[in-house]
Design a protein around this ligand. Structure first.
Ligand code: FAD
Length: 278
């Protein structure tokens, strides 16, 4: 299904030369969906931050719209400014601004910029409207939030600090997304909220991620996936079906766009995209 600027895709920085070559191939394969941009994650705590810049540069050199993520936790304001300056120098005009999570064992964040809203305000303070800023949204609540209402208010603080749009954490309950957007609309918040979509290709990995980030895998999906055991082909086929239906519902309900968490793979994203009617 080709529709310009409706889809976007996310990658993480490759860890070695072979992975970098595979990522080149993945990005070529995904161009068929005409993504509005390709975003590149940023490892809070330093692990992949250089890789983010290198990957963004690689995409930019190939004429692609590359959008780095930038997290504030664990970085000083001076370090954040240095990253912003590098991004600007390589032609970046859009960012995903995040708090980030420090890897376990790194202790508490000592950063002066404690929340994503602080980072958004900091970017606006230093760069005005130069960057288009996207932030994270959690239709099923951020796992550290004390209540959905408080989390929503914190989200709105990010919007008021200057965020232009948001990308959600992945979810498999379309009602959670609709409800989240309705609650924002009721509070007068109308920035586009793009649906973050995680294709299902590997059950144990998905379970692990979901536990960490607070995304619910509905019981019926869990049971079906568990029943497939090691039958990866059936997991993939079922996953493509389920996620296609999810995306189709969102599209039919008027979602402004879909952001695929590709995990640096193209096959599942392409299969879902081919099934969609938009
Ligand atoms: P925030 O918006 O700051 O919220 C985090 C928590 O703090 C929430 O519980 C919120 O309710 C609370 N909070 C916010 N403001 C306040 C306040 N003023 N007072 C008290 N509590 C407050 N992680 C990475 O490390 N690298 C990435 O590249 C990355 N990319 C991501 C992309 C997307 C689209 C998404 C959805 C997540 C991504 N993450 C990434 C994960 C993200 O960093 C974590 O979910 C992190 O725990 C929260 O980041 P945030 O920007 O949403 O934080």
């Amino acid at each position: 299904m080709a529709r310009d600027n409706f889809f976007s895709v996310e990658f993480f920085p490759p860890r070695d030369v072979a992975a970098a070559e595979r990522l080149q191939k993945t990005t070529q394969e995904l161009q068929v969906i005409r993504p509005s941009y390709m975003s590149v994650t940023f490892g809070a705590g330093g692990s992949t931050q250089v890789g983010t810049i290198e990957t963004v540069r690689m995409l930019k050199n190939r004429g692609l719209e590359a959008v780095p993520h930038l997290s504030c936790v664990g970085n000083t304001p001076e370090q954040i400014l240095a990253y912003l300056e590098q991004f600007k120098q390589i032609g970046v005009t859009q960012l995903v601004a995040l708090r980030g999570d420090l890897p376990s064992g790194m202790g508490l964040a000592s950063s002066e910029l404690r929340h994503a809203s602080d980072l958004v305000a900091f970017i606006r303070q230093h760069y005005g409207d130069y960057f288009n800023i996207k932030v994270a949204a959690y239709p099923e609540m951020h796992p550290q939030a004390t209540s959905p209402s408080e989390d929503l208010d914190h989200f709105i603080t990010k919007v008021n600090a200057g965020a232009d749009s948001a990308i959600t954490q992945y979810f498999y309950n379309p009602d959670a997304y609709d409800e989240f957007v309705n609650r924002l609309t009721a509070k007068g918040v109308t920035i586009p909220v793009y649906a973050g979509i995680m294709p299902i290709t590997n059950y144990s990995q998905l379970s692990r991620f979901s536990q960490m980030c607070g995304a619910e895998i509905p019981r019926w999906i869990r049971l079906r996936l568990a029943e497939f055991g090691d039958d990866q082909a059936s997991i993939r086929a079922f996953g493509i079906d389920v996620v296609t239906q999810l995306c189709q519902k969102l599209i039919d309900n008027g979602v402004p766009g879909i952001h695929f968490y590709t995990l640096n793979q193209s096959k599942a994203t392409l299969a879902i995209w081919q099934n969609l009617k938009i």
